[in-house]
Design a protein around this ligand. Structure first.
Ligand code: ADP
Length: 265
């Protein structure tokens, strides 16, 4: 049971102080629980490829010398598992970086060039798909260009992962109508997201179809990292999606001097 400071009935300064103290304890406990479940999830996610690696290693030890089929299949599987582990550790490091506000630079960033850099970086994995950028107005925000590029990378990589050959992914960049934030969105014509899952996909390690996500190299951490970064920039991220029709992820970031930016300071 939670131990809390008893709040005196008479309204005094002590009442206020004990309420604040208890609220802080609640928050600390929540945070502690979240960290605990994160470590448990991370260990579980790492355990799966390690178990598979060891399984194939045993197969190799027993049959590898005499059975070329086992040799080939196990080596292939170990390659895939190793790659998955590498990606997972890489994403975990990114997540740790994005949750640490120290080290985030705050400079003027042209969103258009962040998106352009992202597109350039993803060229090698386009696979007959097209990315089109529509710039309504060129906007600048205050933030960390590398972290913001990670957000565009994650959204574009997902759009590429969950679409079919020959599909086109569209990016829109504009100012919101009341001009207090920059809006950029990534729209795809892919598999879509069921309504009930829309809020869960931003959770760490959450994947709708584990098997499919694993095949495409998914760790379930991408959107959690993107959300963390956008939150740290005082913005927010939304998804609009229809199964079989496609998904649209929109990121809203405060413009320098806009009301959203002022409120957040
Ligand atoms: P993953 O590494 O599995 O892609 P993310 O955190 O980036 O992890 O995404 C979480 C889940 O959300 C994915 O497993 C996938 O099911 C779903 N998802 C994300 N982006 C899209 C998209 N553009 N279209 C359809 N489903 C998506």
């Amino acid at each position: 049971l939670k131990k809390r400071v008893p709040v005196p009935k008479e309204p005094t300064e002590l009442t206020e102080l004990s309420t604040v103290f208890n609220t802080l304890l609640d928050k600390l406990e929540d945070q502690f629980e979240r960290e605990k479940s994160f470590v448990a999830n991370a260990s579980h996610e790492l355990k799966t490829p390690i178990t598979a690696l060891r399984g194939h290693l045993n197969l190799l030890k027993r049959w590898g010398k005499h059975n070329p089929k086992v040799l080939k299949q196990s080596l292939q599987a170990m390659d895939i598992e190793g790659e998955h582990m590498q990606r997972l550790v890489h994403q975990l490091l990114k997540l740790a970086q994005s949750t640490n506000p120290i080290g985030i630079t705050r400079q003027q960033v042209r969103v258009e060039s962040v998106i352009a850099d992202s597109i350039k970086q993803l060229k090698p994995i386009l696979n007959n798909k097209k990315i089109i950028m529509n710039v309504n107005s060129s906007v600048e925000v205050i933030g960390d260009p590398n972290q913001l590029r990670q957000v565009t990378n994650i959204l574009l990589e997902n759009a590429l992962k969950y679409t079919n050959e020959g599909d086109t992914i569209e990016i829109y960049l504009s100012e919101s109508r009341d001009k207090d934030c920059a809006v950029f969105s990534v729209s795809d014509t892919g598999i879509g997201i069921p309504t009930g899952e829309k809020s869960r996909i931003f959770e760490r390690f959450y994947r709708i179809d584990k098997a499919r996500s694993r095949k495409t190299g998914g760790t379930g951490l991408g959107l959690a990292i993107a959300k963390e970064i956008v939150d740290n920039h005082n913005g927010y991220i939304e998804v609009d999606s229809t199964i079989g029709i496609g998904s649209k992820f929109s990121v809203f970031l405060p413009l320098p001097g806009g009301t959203t930016e002022k409120n957040s300071e």
